[in-house]
Design a binder for this molecule. Sequence first.
Ligand code: NAD
Ligand code: UDP
Ligand code: UDP
Length: 343
Amino acid sequence: QVHRDREAVFGGGMFVGKVPLGLKRKPMRIVVTGGAGFVGSHLVDRLMARGDSVIVVDNFFTGRKENLMHHFGNPNFELIRHDVVEPLLLEVDQIYHLACPASPVHYKFNPVKTIKTNVVGTLNMLGLAKRVGARFLLTSTSEVYGDPLQHPQVETYWGNVNPIGVRSCYDEGKRTAETLAMDYHRGANVEVRIARIFNTYGPRMCIDDGRVVSNFVAQALRNEPMTVYGDGKQTRSFQFVSDLVEGLMRLMEGEHVGPFNLGNPGEFTMLELAKVVQETIDPNAKISFKANTEDDPHKRKPDITKAKELLGWEPTVSLTKGLPLMVTDFRTRIFGDHDAPST
Ligand code: NAD
Ligand code: UDP
Ligand code: UDP
């Protein structure tokens, strides 16, 4: 209701594009948990550019201050070192809840901490949303579909998840986070929004996070063979980070709870991805095959009909357009500005 009132007073038109053209409404105060991470820091850039005040809450498990340093000193920006597993008191209008390691290597590192982050952390942020009447957006994941038996995946599909596997801390954790969000929505009238994010890549990803795009790009740049797990025929759909951020903001500002799939429907096998990396970085880059990890989903591709219809959103950056932008960032971070090879 708070938000509807605000819209009635200040009008719609929250989206003024990427340029700070000035807001047609009172600036909001927005919390981004996990805002020092890969996706969060790009989201913070957009919210700051729009003219809102942003508070980042992050424990720096996988996030880095370097991702946000360009906002230090801006009075509209605040960075709090805090673990969302502990309660937090703030007065805010919106909560983008991203805090949670996303790479399998990171989330398996301390599985109990991962599930606590997903369950207790999400509970705390929903409690905060309830207390102050803030709108709450959960960044859930395509992993809620598990090793899917339906392809492509539609939001109505309930998934095929192993509850006792090595990925469960993450996928069951996110499923519980979705449950909590819906229960706070139904039971306490919290305005919630749920995004199910598919594999996303781009500048600022952790270089050694073990995810496939960051691995292949870093390996090809370092003249190491690209490690393809299993036979490399498993598929994923790769979304560039700016498309995701646009989708998250449209979801937050729109009237629909979701869940919404946010992903790029372009589907690639890992061998096809290796080929695109070769074409982008080094046609002679080698491939080496490694044993696959346990419970690796065989295929994944979003059906984004719902987001297209209700949010007017679809990705605009193809893998061949987005990958070079990430390569430039990785090259600088791996070699420094001056020593980068010319290829
Ligand atoms: P990331 O690891 O770069 O960012 C996560 C951030 O959360 C980091 O800054 C980390 O330090 C912080 N964090 C972790 N645990 C915390 C805790 N207990 N308290 C406070 N901060 C904590 O990952 P990302 O790729 O930016 O992912 C962001 C969100 O999007 C995550 O919730 C993830 O599950 C979701 N998601 C991402 C992808 C993807 O492909 N990147 C896919 C599906 C879902
Ligand atoms: N919470 C929080 N910040 C707030 C309000 C609540 O961190 O501003 C936490 C609170 O500590 C609790 C959780 O959110 O652990 C759920 O809060 P809620 O009020 O929904 O439940 P209750 O406290 O009644 O269990
Ligand atoms: N993968 C790979 N080589 C790597 C890292 C991952 O072939 O160096 C594969 C992995 O087996 C999975 C896919 O790439 O099938 C995506 O893995 P990632 O960890 O990036 O994300 P997931 O979608 O599994 O969460």
